[in-house]
Write a protein that binds this ligand. Structure first.
Ligand code: AMP
Length: 465
């Protein structure tokens, strides 16, 4: 991991207790990572932060050190709470905190996740753990039972907050936050900043400092390719681009909805998994299409600019301009759909002879000089099909039926046939829900969901691809 800034990235530059410096030394953490160097001076002073940091950035130690630095081991109450989206992350966070607390005697860290027997957790709670790390559903269950008391919680951490929201945990989280004292420090970590995160931050944080650790250069990490094409060989060339880069998720732009629909049909005919998004879709179909694309349960989405406005998908490997847009700014807007949240991005454009003036305008606006390539012939040969790695399941239960993401994850992982790691986003809507998972888990999930009852109700389940 790259150190942040050599002058100020020594842990010894912070006022950390000696036991923590000792464990950092033992762990071999020589320099602070960027998120640690930026957040610790603020959090150790007791202030709130809203930090954009992904797994792998060193964020766990960033909040773990903060919590342990002022923890009073002689006080038998829960002083810090970390809420995580999954059991796996909660386990990792607990392990890291225990390692950091190695030289602090008698610190109790308890993990509270679903899928584990309640009895053992009830016993551990009686011993008043200093730090609790858990998933929203199980923490809520203990709060409602009265087995967990958060009245002394001075530091609250929401880890991977965007993921928790997209899994539908918002109501649970709000309930938990309201059980914490108003006078507390709230640290919010999120890989992306959708509007809901900003809403949570403004409702529950006190003048937080916003930390954006990633580079602010929006297009610096996006590679741009242009290829000569004609109306007759456009489809063949698009196929060659897909074959060359083999992206998991591709967004293809057309200028008109008729072209978008036609292209989707052509791609399906070749054997690819493709959906399209255009102004004629009903809201229900539009939402479903977007969810399936975000879940990586379709490989290609063909869209028009107007229809693509609401797309908020973090990881799209490739954006294709099947047609160049009339406005050069639109090109930049399309391109910005890839290379988000620090990922590498790629955009490939087909340029018809009649579109070359548009290409020149784009070059002028971007102040770059890129050549239009001719596609190598060998790339255009042989059959190739894109198929997505994930499946989306649809169930006829939603918020109205009081179903929660925790109920669904609990039901699916209860028999251990499906691991929590293979599950993706869970979107709970008013009357229905969507569940993303790896293809390999879909058969078992279909069987489990078609046989059980959730909240006393039998559910209907359908696979969408
Ligand atoms: P996280 O983003 O919290 O999942 O951390 C990613 C990995 O980086 C974990 O394996 C940590 O043990 C490790 N790590 C955290 N902080 C540092 C550091 N300052 N130097 C080296 N490794 C670190």
């Amino acid at each position: 991991m790259e150190p942040h800034n050599p002058q100020s990235s020594d842990f010894s530059s912070l006022s950390l207790r000696a036991e923590l410096l000792e464990s950092l030394n033992l762990l071999g953490y020589k320099k602070m990572t960027a998120v640690q160097a930026e957040s610790l001076p603020i959090t150790l002073a007791g202030k709130d932060i809203l930090a954009q940091a992904e797994t792998g950035s060193g964020k766990t130690a960033a909040f773990g050190l903060r919590m342990l630095n002022t923890l009073d081991s002689k006080k038998y109450s829960t002083q810090s709470l970390v809420i995580c989206p999954t059991r796996e992350l909660a386990d990792q966070v607990s392990i890291e905190i225990r390692q950091l607390a190695k030289f602090m005697p008698n610190i109790k860290v308890l993990t509270l996740c679903g899928g584990k027997p309640l009895g053992a957790q009830l016993n551990s709670l009686k011993r008043h753990p200093h730090i609790i790390v858990g998933t929203p559903g199980r923490i809520l269950q203990h709060l409602k039972k009265g087995s967990l008391n958060l009245k002394d919680t001075s530091t609250l951490v929401l880890d991977e907050a965007d993921r928790m929201l997209s899994m539908g945990f918002i109501d649970d989280i709000e309930f938990i936050i309201q059980e914490c004292p108003e006078e507390r420090q709230t640290l919010l970590f999120s890989a992306t900043y959708p509007e809901e995160i900003l809403k949570i931050s403004s409702s529950y944080q006190q003048q937080p400092t916003t930390l954006t650790i990633q580079s602010s250069a929006k297009t610096a990490n996006i590679k741009q390719k242009f290829y000569h094409a004609s109306r007759d060989d456009r489809l063949e060339k698009l196929n060659a681009i897909l074959k060359e880069f083999r992206p998991e998720s591709t967004l293809i732009f057309c200028n008109q909805k008729a072209q978008a629909q036609q292209l989707q049909a052509d791609l399906i005919k070749i054997g690819h998994h493709a959906l399209s998004l255009h102004g004629d879709l009903e809201q229900f179909d539009r939402d479903q299409t977007l969810i399936r694309f975000a879940n990586r349960s379709t490989s290609i989405l063909v869209a028009t600019d107007v229809a693509a406005r609401g797309i908020d998908v973090e990881k799209i490997e490739l954006v294709v301009n099947y047609e160049l847009p009339a406005e050069a700014e639109t090109y930049i807007h399309r391109m910005g759909r890839t290379g988000r949240a620090g990922h590498e991005g790629l955009t490939a454009s087909l340029v018809l002879p009649s579109e070359e003036y548009r290409f020149k305008r784009i070059m002028k606006l971007l102040k770059v000089d890129i050549h239009i390539d001719s596609m190598p012939v060998q790339l255009r040969e042989s059959v190739f099909k894109l198929y997505p790695p994930n499946t989306t399941l649809f169930i006829n239960s939603g918020r109205k039926h009081k179903i929660s993401a925790g109920d669904i994850v609990g039901a699916l992982t209860a028999t251990k046939e499906i691991s929590g790691d293979s599950l993706g986003k869970i979107n709970i809507l008013e009357n229905i829900s969507y569940i993303a998972m790896e293809n390999t888990s879909s058969k078992a999930a279909l069987k489990i969901l078609s046989e059980i009852r959730i909240k006393g109700r039998k559910i209907r389940v359908k696979k969408l691809n």
